[in-house]
Design a protein around this ligand. Sequence first.
Ligand SMILES: Cc1cc2nc3c(=O)[nH]c(=O)nc-3n(C[C@H](O)[C@H](O)[C@H](O)COP(=O)(O)OP(=O)(O)OC[C@H]3O[C@@H](n4cnc5c(N)ncnc54)[C@H](O)[C@@H]3O)c2cc1C
Length: 441
Amino acid sequence: MKNNLEQKNFYSFDKNYSSNIFFKQPDKYREIEKFSNLSENIITTGSNYSYSPAGFGEGSLSLLLKKFNRILDFNSKKKEITVESGINLSDFLNFLLKYDLWIPQIPGYPFITLGGAVAANSHGKSCGVHGTIRNSVKSILLYHKKNGWLELSNEKNKDIFDLTIGGLGLTGTIVNITFKLSEIKQKKFNTIREEVKSVKDCISFINDNNFDDTFIYSWNRADNDKDFGKGFIFKNILDKESQTSFKEISKNEKKSLLLPFSLWNRVSIKIANFFFIYLNNLTKKKSKEEIEKVIFPFIGNEKYFSFFGKQGFIESQLLISKNRIDEFFEEFKKLYNHHRPVITLFSIKNMSGSQKYLRFEDNKLCVTFDFINNNLSRKFLEEVDRLCIKYQILPSIIKDSRLNKNIFNKCYNEGQIFKEKLINFDKDRVYKSELSRRLDI
Ligand SMILES: Cc1cc2nc3c(=O)[nH]c(=O)nc-3n(C[C@H](O)[C@H](O)[C@H](O)COP(=O)(O)OP(=O)(O)OC[C@H]3O[C@@H](n4cnc5c(N)ncnc54)[C@H](O)[C@@H]3O)c2cc1C
C-alpha cells in the first residue's frame, strides 16, 4: 500500500486479534471516493467496538467514518431522522429523546456508531419484542468503490439494501441512514428483580413474560456445578407515572489501561458473584432506573472488560430454538462438569425476527457466555461448536472471533447465498475484513 497512509495498531474488542492497519479518516463526501481508490481492498470502520475484528483486517485499508457524525434531516411529525453513519448512539439519543422519540433496538454501549449497528444488525435488551435494528431502517445511502453511490430501500435497490443490513460492511460504505422512529414518552424504568433456581426455571420465566413494554433478561451463575443456572431475572418496565425529562446520556468514552494478566479467574469470579448476589439481596426487589442505565448496562462497568487484561476474553452468543434448549443445556452442563471452564458471564434473553444471510436474528432464545481466554476455554468451546451444529444453533460471528469457516458454513444456512449475491454485486470483492477472510465470505 502507498506510504502516504496513516498507520496504527488496531485491536478487536475481545483482544484476540490485532494488526498494524493503514487507515484514512474522510471528512467530506468526495474524500470517501478519493480514499476508496487508495487500496484494492477496503473496509469501513465505525468505533471498532466489535468483539470480533469485523471493521479492520490485514491487507485492507480502513475508512474511519467517525467524522461523518451529523444529523442531516429530522421530521418529528413523520417520525423520521437521517443521520450520517459515524454518529454514535449517545449523540443520536441525546438529540432524539428530547422529542420523545428513539429507536428501540439500541446495542449496549453508547459509543457504538449507527453505521456499525446497522452493518451488524445489532439488537438491544428488548429484542424479544422489538427485534433487531433492521426493523427501524428506512433507507441507506451507500458508497461502493466499483458501483458508485446507491440509494437503498425497499423501493430502490432492494436486494442490496437487504444484503447491507447485517452485511458487516461487505457491500460498501454506509454513509447516511434514515430511521423510522418510535415514541418513548417516559425515560425512567421500574426494574423488578426475581430469583431463579435453575436454567429451566429461568427460561420458563422469560417465556412467560415477553410483554410489549418489558425488557427481560437474566443473570445466571456458572461458577460451580451445584449453583449452575441460579440467579436473577431483571424486568425493566417503562414507568408510566414518570414525567421527568431525561438525564443526558454519557459522552465520556473511557479507555481503560489493560493489565498484563487477567484478574478474572476461578476464585475472583466466585467472590464477584457472591458480592453481586449479596448486594442485590440487600436492595429492594423493585427500583427506579434512568434510561441510560437500562439500555447501556456496561456504562460505568467497563472494568469488567479491562479485568481480563491483555489476553482478553471470548464471548459466545447463541440463538437456540425454544424446543431444543433443554437438551442443549443438558449436554452443555455435562461438558461444563468435565472441562470446568471459567465462565465470567452467563445471561439469557428472548430474540424475535427471522434469520437471513449473516444476520444474528431469529425467534429464539439468545444465550450469552463470556470466558477467560485460555486453552481450556477454547477446548470447551470446540465442544460447544459441535452442539451448535447438532442443535441447529446460530453462533454470533460478530461476538465470537474464534469461529471458523467450517462452523460458519454448517450453522449459517444462508451464508452461501449471501456470498453468491455479494459476488454478483461486486465481482472483485473489494470490501474485506479479518472476519470475512477467516470465514471465507
Ligand atoms: C460493551 C458492548 C456492548 C455491546 N452490546 C451489544 C448489544 O447489546 N447488542 C448487539 O447486537 N451488539 C452489541 N455490541 C456489539 C456492537 O453492537 C457491534 O459490534 C457494532 O457493530 C459495533 O459498532 P461500531 O461502531 O463499533 O462498528 P465497528 O466495530 O467499527 O464495525 C462493525 C461492523 O460494521 C461495519 N461498519 C461500521 N461502520 C460502517 C459503515 N459506515 N458502513 C459500512 N459498514 C460499517 C464494519 O465494517 C464491521 O463489519 C456491543 C459491543 C460492546 C463493546
